[in-house]
Write a protein that binds this ligand. Structure first.
Ligand SMILES: [Zn+2]
Length: 420
């Protein structure tokens, strides 16, 4: 079982190299760091002994800290991509491919390389108003399928040495998308995200057009990158680290659901991180208001939506379903991806996926489903089985997850609590 997990990316030497690069960089930083990361070795199995682990550590008072550096991660992912393209696959890696988080990523990277030149040219073409309000858009930090995300640097009027950073996300019309649909997506994204105020939901500040008429959404900037690349580069996360992110995620989801909003496309790519490890739910393009403020009952939703491995089984079967239950299901898959570095199945559709079929059988058995049984704590496994309950009416709600014995005991760091 251990080889099954660690075999996911199977590149220990790469990850330790990343750690040492991080260490060098970290010593130059101004951030206060514990001088003796005494418990690191005990919580770190993968990189034990030789290199200290710097992305995450536990302090002596049982609190923990994250220190996320997106630049280093991109560097490593770039190396991984190059190796993959050159066919330098490690032995034992191939059989892990079907559920690898990497398969989507390779496609994304390919497209990115092709688009890179074009995007470089358009980097400075933003309008005066956008520039005046939020500063010049510079480096590209993310690429969605239909627009890129850049960082805008706004110099502080009082102190020119300081600058405020914003993420500026292009919101382009998809090829073949009707004006009406585009408008709906734009409205969903902006109205929903700008109405929410929570430490674990991205703070959206503005929506305006650039000089090409493309709508741009201005959001708080998260320098820790996204959870997807973090897991991809790390292979798998530490238990305490994954638990902290999971609780933050559930808090954000509970808040959204209380506000009458379902996300409908929760996946690690849509979870941004601050440098200190606060999770921010983003990308509400598929979001849905299932209940208006004056209504008591939630509306059901129809129509498949989201990314295959995260889609709940009822979406394939039922004409209508509760979008909140669909969000909770996705959170269960996200937790498993953090802990094991892989997807549980390609698609949660009975008869279409051998892994999902096996899960449906095994979850009824005493011995359980192997990939979930690797979670050491029984209370944790029970919650995951109850989140991944194929029957959406039996599935836990976000609120119930937060009040489960396991999640109540999870200690979130201060960054996660406060959202910095
Ligand atoms: Zn934390």
């Amino acid at each position: 079982m251990t080889s099954r997990i660690s075999g996911m990316f199977g590149r220990k030497e790469d990850s330790s190299r990343e750690s040492s690069r991080d260490d060098q960089k970290a010593t130059n930083g101004a951030t206060a760091r514990p001088t003796q990361p005494s418990r690191q070795a005990s919580v770190t199995k993968a990189n034990a002994a030789s290199t200290p682990y710097r992305r995450f550590w536990t302090n002596d008072d049982a609190t923990h800290e994250h220190h996320l550096k997106v630049a280093k991660r991109q560097e490593k992912l770039s190396d991984m991509f190059q190796n993959l393209m050159l066919g330098k696959k490690k032995e034992g890696h191939n059989d892990e491919q079907p559920l690898s988080l990497m398969s989507n990523w390779v496609d994304v990277m390919r497209n990115e390389k092709e688009k890179l030149a074009e995007q470089k040219n358009s980097a400075n073409n933003t309008s005066q108003t956008l520039v005046q309000k939020y500063g010049k858009c510079q480096e590209v930090v993310g690429r969605g399928a239909f627009g890129i995300v850049r960082v805008a640097h706004k110099t502080d009027a009082k102190d020119p040495k300081r600058e405020q950073l914003y993420a500026v996300k292009e919101f382009k019309q998809r090829p073949g998308e009707s004006a009406k649909k585009y408008q709906k997506r734009l409205t969903a994204e902006f109205c929903i995200s700008s109405s929410m105020q929570h430490p674990n939901v991205i703070n959206t500040l503005d929506l305006l057009q650039d000089d090409k008429g493309v709508y741009c959404e201005v959001m708080e900037y998260c320098s820790g990158g996204d959870l997807y690349t973090l897991v991809l580069a790390a292979g798998q996360l530490e238990v305490v680290e994954a638990d902290c992110f999971f609780k933050q995620l559930m808090r954000g989801v509970e808040y959204m659901h209380e506000m009458g909003v379902a996300h409908r496309d929760l996946k690690p790519e849509n979870l941004l991180l601050t440098q200190h490890g606060s999770i921010k739910i983003t990308d509400f393009g598929n979001g849905e208001c299932f209940r208006m403020a004056w209504e008591k009952e939630a509306h059901m939703t129809a129509g498949l939506c989201g990314s295959a491995p995260y889609i709940a089984p009822e979406e394939y079967v039922d004409k209508e379903f509760d979008p909140r239950a669909v969000d909770v299901w996705a959170c269960g898959i996200i937790y498993m991806a953090m802990r094991t570095g892989r997807h549980l199945w390609r698609v949660a559709q009975k008869g279409e996926d051998e892994f999902f079929d096996r899960y449906l059988e095994d979850r009824k058995e005493e011995a359980g489903y192997r990939p979930i049984e690797v979670l050491r704590r029984r209370q944790c496994r029970n919650v995951i089985y109850s989140i991944l309950d194929p029957n959406p009416t039996r599935r836990l709600t976000a609120h119930q997850v937060l009040f489960s014995e396991w999640v109540k005991e999870i200690k979130v760091c201060r960054a996660g609590d406060e959202g910095f």
